[in-house]
Ligand binder design. Sequence first.
Ligand SMILES: NC(=O)c1ccc[n+]([C@@H]2O[C@H](COP(=O)([O-])OP(=O)(O)OC[C@H]3O[C@@H](n4cnc5c(N)ncnc54)[C@H](OP(=O)(O)O)[C@@H]3O)[C@@H](O)[C@H]2O)c1
Length: 309
Amino acid sequence: MKAIRIHEFGGPEVLKYEEAPQPSPEVDEVVIKVHASGVNPIDLKIRAGLAQKKFPVHLPLIPGWDVSGEIEEVGGDIINFRKGDEVYSRPDPTRDGTYAEYVAVKANQINLKPKSIDHVKAAAVPLAGLTAWQALFDHGELEEGQKVLIHGATGGVGSYAVQLAKWKGAYVIGTTSAKNIDFLMDLGADAAVDYNNENFENKVKGVDLVIDLIGGDTQKRSLKIIKNGGRLITTVAPQYKELAKEKNIHLESFMAQSDPEDLEQIAALIDQGKLKPKVEKVMHLKDAVKAHELLENGSVKGKIVLEVI
Ligand SMILES: NC(=O)c1ccc[n+]([C@@H]2O[C@H](COP(=O)([O-])OP(=O)(O)OC[C@H]3O[C@@H](n4cnc5c(N)ncnc54)[C@H](OP(=O)(O)O)[C@@H]3O)[C@@H](O)[C@H]2O)c1
């Protein structure tokens, strides 16, 4: 099959479009014929060799851990899926991924894809959608009527987090750059802060929850605007746990899990028209180098997706 593989860690240029062995399913797996693969920051970190502690991988490796496609083959123990089912998934990031014509995935990590959207849009959902869902609801414990600030609100995860927080009935403020403010308001945000030209702590106060997709100084300054007893949930390093404790703020970092129940609820919201995947750029699989360069430059609204078939 055709795939993108890396034979060494490095910059985008290590991504090679080439022939690779087609996978066969273990008894508890399915092989998915990939229609489209989402591109995520973790792909860049693993490609660069910067994620070996959390996600140890062996080379050569097929990157990409976001897929929409149809089942080509099922393992011997699989009774709940069959050939031809249209599914989406966030597979295990420590094994060969989705920048390929076929990928083998554990059957407990896949779901039927939302029916109302095509494979390109569906491939933009699992990793970022699950992260947003689990940040807001599992770790953030967001409730109707609360105030939430989302940093990085127009990126892959942020564009889902803004919509999901609004769906829950929260008051939503997002940080982004000036060029993306209209996009942020279209996602449903109640207020926006241009992080290059404004200090969010001068505009925002009394927040119940901060979703931090940025880290560093942004995380530290966020502690000034959270209510006593509030929460800061981050997808990056939790650098200011001591400071948070002094202020009686719950600061937690987490790794999103491939949870089929969450993916099912996300699919239902999409099919009800309440959640819309935002895909800014669709490229062919063989243009993975350009896709990584684009995401690395940080100017993408929503998601980049690689079309495979
Ligand atoms: N722990 C987990 O399970 C998990 C899961 C998914 C992602 N992540 C991590 O979470 C982070 C975000 O992921 P993503 O997929 O959303 O990335 P992304 O699509 O690259 O989005 C990041 C966004 O942040 C914005 N931004 C940059 N600097 C900012 C600042 N100082 N303040 C506010 N916004 C800023 C950029 O917008 P502009 O273009 O407007 O600058 C960009 O749209 C990444 O580090 C990723 O690795 C972790």
